[in-house]
Design a protein around this ligand. Structure first.
Ligand SMILES: Nc1nc2c(ncn2[C@@H]2O[C@H](COP(=O)(O)OP(=O)(O)OP(=O)(O)O)[C@@H](O)[C@H]2O)c(=O)[nH]1
Length: 522
């Protein structure tokens, strides 16, 4: 992913500087040149990059830094601040409130990823307990409604709109009727679908159904033409959106500035979502260009799938680029998938040494809910999205799904047992037959279970306070416990025991720590 590459180059440059015994002018210049090159490759405007370099040099005057000052920290902080400045529009976006109806209208050019992004946005909020609904007012592109319908159905999100088949049918009937009663060509105007009417109807309907996030997808055109802007204006007038989100293809790089400005002039764009940040080299340019138009970017699209969608927040984003992690994003992801009220029960079972196949199944479910692992891992300090190539990620997800299919063929007794001897040959053969897999696949899954049971077995004996008081439980834990649960490569990435200790300090809240334990090594 492009941001992974950019982040990788920047954190490598910082790492090289850290490896140097003395930080002198040359080491600083090499580091800054490396970062400059990475930013220019990501299509960030030359002037911005040059200004950033000058500012950093002004702040980090090596001669003036008194001996004993941590130069690395000062340099890293200066780079952090400058990158934040480059990406910060200086203006927050309107944020819809859960439980209170908000209408959000999506605009953008054709092919920018608008329809896909509408569903991702709805799905993201639905996972957080909202009641979203989708209205398709894109009557320009023939397949837009069907695409939205397909995505919405998959995610179980209510939708409203008219398919082209139905629409043409209705138009034909109406025209035939008009011709019959002698209105000649008058039927032609009815042939034109009315996105404004559809949008208004959809919004009304979902307001009545008490949806708290009504998302209106509008038509896109190949270029910024008058007809597109007029239609957008009318849909906006009819639906009175609380927020207009402009969806933009990140691969256009710096050209994002002109596009964002053009849309802003016609409708009051309140926020921007930049898509296709996965495959293209110009993502950095697009982000800084949008910031220059003073429009806040709120999400990034990082793939075609529903969960390849990330919250964009300047500071955590830059922190991730520099390999410093995004702790709040990581915890947010975890809370999304593991409800806190389920944690005490799980901890109790683990402390009794009861790691069953059912627990493994539930943990796999959580993993799949978390979405792309690379995205999640890049939020941890020291990790980079580069570490998890996309192909590898798909492979591990497929493996988890395969294991779960086999577990679906198990009896309750098998799922809840902690006796390894229970799984005899005939049971294994039955599971293989039932799930349409080979005996060796079942054996492999059981091996994985044993491996995990061994890791989780180290939690045995941990004192679980009555009523699952998590804050009390956290006092019973220390980095030693944690280090046993984490896989060795992960521990190394975090920076060994020292890194883990500081990480745990950062986590602060014991609530968060428990969630992490719930998701340990998979
Ligand atoms: N790689 C990648 N592809 C994306 C992303 N978002 C959307 N796409 C793809 O981009 C293509 C266009 O997306 P659509 O959602 O159909 O675009 P649109 O803007 O709604 O198009 P119109 O309805 O014609 O205006 C589709 O193939 C999507 O799968 C993304 O973040 N990454």
């Amino acid at each position: 992913m492009v941001l992974g590459q950019l982040g990788g180059s920047i954190s490598r440059a910082l790492q090289q500087m850290s490896n140097a015994t003395i930080i002198d002018e040359k080491v600083l210049n090499d580091c800054l040149n490396e970062i400059t090159r990475a930013l220019l490759q990501a299509d960030v405007q030359f002037k911005l990059v040059r200004d950033m370099q000058t500012n950093i040099k002004k702040i980090v005057n090596l001669d003036d830094l008194a001996a004993g000052h941590n130069k690395r920290r000062i340099i890293q902080q200066a780079i952090f601040n400058e990158l934040c400045k480059m990406l910060d529009p200086g203006k927050p976006s309107f944020t819809p409130k859960k439980g209170k109806t908000s209408i959000v209208m999506f605009v953008g050019l054709q092919g920018s990823g608008k329809t896909t992004t509408c569903t991702k946005y709805a799905y993201y909020h639905q996972k957080k307990g909202w009641k979203p609904a989708l209205v398709c007012a894109d009557t320009f592109r023939a397949g837009a409604f069907d695409q939205l319908k397909q995505n919405a159905t998959k995610a179980k999100i209510p939708f409203y709109g008219r398919g082209i088949g139905k629409l043409l049918g209705a138009c034909k009937n109406a025209r035939a009727l008009l011709l019959e009663i002698g209105y000649g060509n008058a039927g032609k105007s009815y042939m034109e679908s009315d996105p404004v009417k559809i949008a208004a109807e959809g919004v009304e309907r979902f307001k009545k159904e008490n949806c708290d996030l009504i998302i209106v997808d509008t038509s896109g055109r190949h270029k910024q033409e008058a007809a597109l802007f007029e239609e957008m204006r009318q849909v906006s007038e009819a639906t009175k959106p609380d927020l207009v989100i402009f969806v933009m293809d990140g691969s256009i790089g710096q050209a994002a500035f002109d596009q964002a400005q053009a849309f802003k002039k016609i409708v009051s764009v309140g926020a921007v979502i930049v898509t296709k940040m996965d495959g293209h080299a110009k993502g950095g340019g697009a982000l800084s260009a949008v910031a220059a138009t003073k429009s806040p970017v709120i999400f990034l699209g990082t793939g075609e799938h529903m969960d390849e969608f990330e919250v964009f927040d300047v500071k955590p984003f830059v922190s991730r680029l520099l390999g410093m992690g995004d702790w709040s994003g990581f915890m947010d992801k975890i809370h999304e998938v593991v409800p806190m009220d389920q944690q005490p029960e799980l901890m109790q079972k683990l402390s009794e040494g009861h790691f069953t196949l059912r627990i493994m199944y539930e943990q796999f479910q959580n993993i799949l809910k978390m979405g792309p692992m690379g995205q999640v891992l890049s939020m941890l300090p020291g990790f980079s999205a580069e570490l998890m190539p996309k192909g590898h990620e798909k492979e591990s997800q497929a493996k988890v799904k395969r294991y779960m299919t086999m577990m679906d063929s198990m009896t309750n007794e098998e799922l809840d047992s902690t006796n390894p001897k229970l799984m005899n040959e005939s049971r294994i053969m039955r599971i293989a037959r039932g799930s349409g897999r080979q005996v060796r696949d079942v054996m492999e899954m059981l091996e994985e279970y044993k491996r995990l049971a061994k890791i989780w077995g180290k939690m045995k004996g941990l004192k679980i306070p009555k009523g699952g008081d998590m804050s009390a439980l956290s006092r019973n834990m220390n980095a030693q416990h944690m280090s046993k649960v984490l896989p060795p490569q992960m521990l190394k990435q975090i920076g060994g025991m020292g890194g883990l200790q500081s990480l745990m300090k950062q986590m602060g809240s014991s609530k968060d720590m428990m969630s992490m334990f719930g998701k340990g090594d998979k």
